[in-house]
Design a protein around this ligand. Sequence first.
Ligand SMILES: Cc1cc2nc3c(=O)[nH]c(=O)nc-3n(C[C@H](O)[C@H](O)[C@H](O)COP(=O)(O)OP(=O)(O)OC[C@H]3O[C@@H](n4cnc5c(N)ncnc54)[C@H](O)[C@@H]3O)c2cc1C
Length: 558
Amino acid sequence: MIRRPKPDLQSDQCRSSDPRVLRVLSLSVKRAKYGERQGLVKYEEDRRIRRVVIVGGGSAGWMTAAALARSLQTGCVITLIESDEIGTIGVGEGTIPRIKGFNEFLGLDENEFVKRTRGTFKLGVQFVDWARLGSRYFHPFGKFGRPFDTVEPHQFWYRADLKGEVTSLDDYCMGWAAAHRGRFAPPSTNTRHVLSTYEYAYHFDASLYGAYLREYSETRGVIRVEGKVVQVNQDGLSGFVESVQLKDGRVVDGDLFIDCSGFRALLIGKTLETPFEAWTQWLPCDRAMAVPCAAGELTPYTRSTARAAGWQWRIPLQHRTGNGYVYSSAHISDEEAARVLLANLDGEALDDPRPLRFTSGCRKQLWAKNVVAIGLASGFVEPLESTAIHLVYAGLSKLLAFFPDKDFNPLGMNEFNRSSVEQFERIRDFLILHYRLTERDDSALWRDCARMDIPDTLRERIEHFRSYGRYIVRESDIFGPASWIAVNIGQFNRPERLDPVIDFRTTDGSQWLGKVRAAMAAAAEGLPTHRAYIDRFCKSEAVGIAQRTIEVAPGNIH
Ligand SMILES: Cc1cc2nc3c(=O)[nH]c(=O)nc-3n(C[C@H](O)[C@H](O)[C@H](O)COP(=O)(O)OP(=O)(O)OC[C@H]3O[C@@H](n4cnc5c(N)ncnc54)[C@H](O)[C@@H]3O)c2cc1C
């Protein structure tokens, strides 16, 4: 790895004979002078980014390639470098509903996408043994109840619960009504119907999603280069990345580099050395064992079961079930984790458990100089709520919103970094909520979690819920009201008092809740089974994914 001085481009000390650096400096001076006179910046020449280089071909790399190919329709060469020798992380099967927006942006047909990735539908996550041994609750995508008053349904539910007039909160949620009956169909667009109150996401094989997007990207002109990056070449003064060199000697030049190299963080971390903030004091799990098993019940939801030293996921795909034990290495050995995982599968293991290591945390700067990190290179919060793939397209939509020209105005970069870090922190807080609200004291991990100090941003939100059952919505939250209500109620952070407004209302909440529950149960019975829906619309033919490569003159490879 090359190490060179990294001078501040804005500094008076910055002197270079490099025409690119000189142009940046002289443009800044011209713009400042012009701006002083006019309050405007004159656009003097074509400063478009002409060559984008994506380093890494995991889900993040190919999602980036696809999004850029879709947006930068002409005038820009997009090259993706991936290494067969290194491979991809090969996990990442759960998603949250916003992935639908990303697929729509690309113009993917839903049924084709599910078929190609051997996917299934996900209405939420069932949490087992998280609050107490034997407890269960559902974190739905969508809403609880159906609004019937200005005061929210969960307040009425809690009032009725205190009087013993209702059943579990889950029973007033359309997502769960369908999920536990194993039923699925897309929601109704009639907002007056209970069938409009849920949302859904997907479970899929992430490597097939990558292959699908590879085909999409190559068809739109993205150049794929197979090879291992062994050296990163930077400009001597600015520190901007100019090119990457492959093991076989080829060099790939670029104007903008997207670091999708996974946990290696080859450009943003190893080269530019942007700091990484670890959150292991709050999210103690740092390893996982993953193993597929023979396909079992096709539940339209993920199951997360708390175990002594972490938790286990169960994600059904069309052709197999994905399983993994996410655990704290301080609380269990790898061998024991593998044993616990294998002892808790629904079907025959199809492979040996595969160990993975990670640290929950995020880079303070996800965009530095002309490098933008997307995917695991930018950070990772453990997979409890399946948010990593979401963070890929959230990063891409921010990148497109602040897409640079060759001047790399820091305004866009700063906003990208601020909002990205904030989004990571909001997800982090939501995940910590699950650990902090445990009442388990049967193992060291859960005892530690129940006592741990938490970020102030989260403490305040927990107190709001405990006081009056209120949830607080913050900018950059990706988890909305139903998510906070589900985890707080499901993990017994029950409000001490009700929203005072409820005492002014004349609505008979118990009666309404009864009607909503009955309407949901009836509606769920009318839905097709999850398997029937898949068989009808998006059954995988389980054929290999054809890889098409088109001939494109590789202008930036030499
Ligand atoms: C245990 C676990 C469970 C997870 N579960 C979920 C989930 O349910 N849902 C979810 O959304 N996400 C999940 N994730 C995260 C998800 O797997 C990743 O976010 C996603 O796959 C994107 O990964 P990536 O492309 O950033 O990295 P990778 O898949 O690791 O890809 C990195 C790429 O960089 C290339 N590369 C690296 N170094 C070089 C080099 N020197 N030269 C050339 N190429 C190089 C590699 O070959 C590879 O192509 C999980 C992660 C873990 C660890």
